[in-house]
Design a protein around this ligand. Structure first.
Ligand code: SAM
Length: 471
């Protein structure tokens, strides 16, 4: 047990205490020290201390609690949101991730006894985050899970029910399913979804749907005929012999039950909602901390991999294709309105425009969308509270796009104070990347994979309620 210099703790000692307990989750400082940190150090000071800390987290376990329930591209390590949640909020405070992805930040909020709110427009992200933050009775989940499995085995001999389900797909979805899944696998997956659909308990049903999804959306394409769903465009591999889906489901069920047994509730509420970060369904001034990692300009195409399981969970290819255009960073520029950007954001777009006007339009659209997101973050935060934005650089037509510099200037323009920007070196083995937008050319993913930046933004006290905010 470390000794805390209670009583005569100097300001520097308090700063040291903050460093210690924010980064070492095994430590629980005495409540009086926490109160003094809260009262005697300013939020700006605390944020600067945390940004100076070691934010690489190489070699640290990132699969505890429900974090490894399902593959998801470009997750941040759970230790990253945890540092800022521990260092900048207290139990009961509200932590928001408006682009929550797999829900890493809100799982950490739950584990630390904070309230959590997550938004995303990706149907798989919403499903995943919900399940990861809903503690359930493990024995109930296990019992229902095994019952589902034996019912699915029985259903395999009922050709009619299975055929009827497969005929229910619309034309495009059916073509997709036929292209990527062998007839045998289609029957196995149908048997599983048909029985999972009948599970009456919503939370258990959602948990089972995710175990189902995680046998398809994996780096190797799981039981589909895709060779690699994680790193490139999916490629059809006609030589692949997919494993039996029911066997894979059993293995995944057991693994996921173990993961969920580590999710404990501290009596706090966590909410994962479908919502667009550019216009958040959240009142002004109610959020105590934002920790988020947006997509990068034209770099990631989540839908390309996620549709492989979503088509089995009731979504259609036409509807998913529509939704794809709503993702920040998507390449669909269409009729984009011209939005003027501040400082280095405008400068970078102009540099890219000298080489490629289409790429420049994509970048301008991305930065304009991020301007809306950052203005929304400013609106929903309480005064004197922090937003952490984690983002990496990329390369467009040979020009290095320092996304963090662009976003920092955008943040200043909407009223934030940029307290610091910390660099973190990525653990290449961990931060799995998905398929990217576009066919070839700039390989933005490979080029930006080594590092990313943690931008620390402060909404100043008594700010003018967003008079800088963009429309
Ligand atoms: C880099 S990922 C976040 C990963 C997350 N930090 C994690 O640990 O799993 C970015 C997320 O932004 C989401 N996103 C893209 N456009 C969005 C929008 N308009 N509103 C909300 N979320 C959006 C994507 O669906 C994706 O899940």
């Amino acid at each position: 047990m470390p000794m805390y210099p209670v009583g005569e703790a100097s300001r520097e000692a308090l700063r040291e205490q903050l460093r210690l307990f924010a980064f070492d989750t095994t430590l629980k400082p005495p409540p009086d020290i926490l109160v003094r940190i809260q009262q005697e150090l300013t939020v700006r000071e605390k944020l600067a201390i945390l940004l100076e800390g070691e934010l690489d987290f190489h070699g640290r376990d990132s699969g505890y609690a429900s974090h490894s329930l399902h593959a998801f591209a470009a997750k941040f390590p759970p230790q990253l949101p945890r540092v800022f949640i521990r260092g900048l909020t207290k139990p009961g405070d509200l932590v928001l991730d408006p682009m929550m992805g797999s829900g890493t930040a809100i799982v950490e909020a739950l584990l630390e006894g904070r309230r959590g709110l997550g938004l995303d427009i990706d149907p798989l992200a919403i499903r995943l985050s919900r399940v990861k933050t809903t503690p359930l009775v493990i024995d109930d989940m296990r019992n229902v899970g095994f019952k589902v499995l034996s019912q699915a085995h029985a259903l395999m001999s009922d050709g009619n029910a299975i055929e009827q389900y497969l005929e229910g797909f619309d034309e495009r979805t059916k073509a997709f399913v036929d292209y990527w899944f062998l007839p045998k696998t289609q029957r196995e997956l149908t048997a599983l979804v048909l029985v999972i659909q009948n599970v009456a308990d919503t939370s258990i049903r959602r948990f089972l749907e995710l175990a189902f999804s995680s046998i398809i959306v994996t780096k190797s394409g799981g039981v589909s005929m895709a060779r690699d769903l994680a790193h490139t465009r999916p490629h059809l591999d006609k030589t692949k012999e997919p494993k039996d889906a029911l066997e894979r489901f059993l293995a995944r069920l057991q693994k996921n039950l173990r993961s969920m047994s580590e999710v404990v509730t501290n009596g706090t509420d966590i909410l994962s909602l479908a919502g667009d970060a550019r216009s958040m369904p959240i009142a002004a001034g109610v959020v105590d901390l934002i920790v988020t990692s947006p997509p990068y300009a034209n770099a990631i195409d989540y839908m390309r991999a996620h549709k492989f399981s979503l088509v089995w969970l009731g979504e259609s290819i036409p509807a998913l294709s529509e939704l794809r255009a709503q993702y920040i960073g998507s390449e669909r520029v269409g009729q984009v309105q011209y939005v003027a950007l501040p400082g280095r954001a405008e400068m970078t777009v102009r540099q890219v425009a000298e080489r490629d006007s289409r790429k420049a339009a994509i970048l301008r659209k991305y930065l304009a969308e991020m301007k809306s997101v950052i203005a929304e973050m400013y609106r929903v935060l309480r005064d004197d509270s922090v937003a952490i934005v984690v983002v990496g650089p990329s390369t467009m037509r040979g020009i290095r796009v320092q996304t963090h510099d662009c976003l920092a200037d955008i943040a200043s323009s909407v009223g934030f104070e940029v307290v610091g920007v910390a660099r973190r070196v990525l653990d290449r083995d961990k931060r799995m990347m998905p398929a990217r937008f576009g066919k070839k050319g700039d390989s933005m993913i490979e080029q930006r994979m080594h590092e990313e930046y943690v931008i620390g933004l402060l909404k100043p006290e008594h700010s003018q309620g967003g008079h800088h905010a963009v429309s």
